[in-house]
Design a protein around this ligand. Structure first.
Ligand code: FE2
Length: 274
């Protein structure tokens, strides 16, 4: 399996605290059947903006060397957990904002607690700039309950959808599981990833979630979510979101609010929500 979302690199964000924890995570992942893992530390303006491509690449090289020395079978590739920012269309793909393995695909993380204004406009602009957003864990965003139509429209625009393995298996609670199941049932999920932060509460495991998806959608689709599509992404092959043409079930309600994204992010940025 291939995990395209992890916070395994030590001491860059709220993921692995040190090299020893990163190695334990690598061992867990390899034992679970994960062969390749994207290192995707947070890049959040004003909170985690020290992470850039050279820094991530050098932390990854150190960890990969020790992983090999320890005899762990896990290949690392570069990436980032890219929080929304108004200048993404120009910063993506530069050293400031690495994409997944240098491809057109990148992890696109909206704010967790409040629907950001003009999110669809931002997604449109990055797509026009040649990138493909992978919306990270939509099922865990607290605003999904009242704004599911936004997820539907992001999907229709061409955004891929990545849910978290722990949401499928229940470790993020009842609501996240319900939204994950709804998205799976609708055929709106492209990828399952671990979004691992440590070895205990948020471990780098995919096999239990893959098995749960297999029971609902069959072995082929489950494998596609944890192996086929992630491989396509890391090789920069064109991928059409599975849910792109799924008909919305809820009426489209457009927000009349039109505040600038910049001001919004300053107001709602909170430590600890990632
Ligand atoms: Fe993440």
């Amino acid at each position: 399996m291939i995990d395209i979302h992890s916070h395994i690199l030590p001491a860059l964000d709220d993921g692995a605290a040190n090299l020893s924890e990163a190695l334990s995570m690598a061992r867990l992942a390899a034992d679970d059947g994960i062969k390749c893992m994207a290192c995707t530390p947070h890049i959040v303006p004003g909170l985690y903006d020290h992470n850039d491509a050279p820094r991530i690449r050098s932390a990854m090289a150190v960890l990969q060397t020790v992983i090999v020395e320890m005899g762990i079978d896990l290949h690392l590739v570069i990436g980032a957990d890219v929080h929304i920012a108004p200048d993404l269309p120009t910063t993506l793909g530069t050293d400031r904002m690495p994409t997944l393995n240098g491809t057109r695909y990148f992890l696109f993380e909206p704010t967790h607690h409040v629907l950001p204004p003009r999110l669809e406009d931002l997604a449109k602009r990055v797509i026009e700039a040649g990138f493909v957003p992978i919306v990270t864990h939509p099922e865990r965003l607290s605003w999904i309950e009242h704004h599911y139509d936004t997820i539907e429209r992001l999907n229709a625009l061409g955004c891929l959808m990545q849910i978290t393995a722990g949401s499928v298996t229940g470790s993020f609670g009842r609501l996240a599981r319900r939204h994950a199941e709804r998205m799976l049932e609708e055929g709106r999920v492209d990828i399952v990833a671990s979004d691992a932060h440590n070895t205990a509460g948020r471990p780098p495991l995919l096999s239990r979630a893959r098995d749960a998806v297999e029971k609902r959608l069959g072995a082929d689709e489950a494998e596609a979510m944890v192996d086929g599509r992630p491989a396509g992404i890391l090789s920069d092959r064109p991928i059409t979101p599975v849910g792109m043409t799924v008909k919305p079930e809820t009426p489209i309600i457009r927000s009349s609010r039109n505040k600038g994204l910049d001001g919004f992010l300053r107001k709602y940025r909170r430590k600890g929500e990632y």
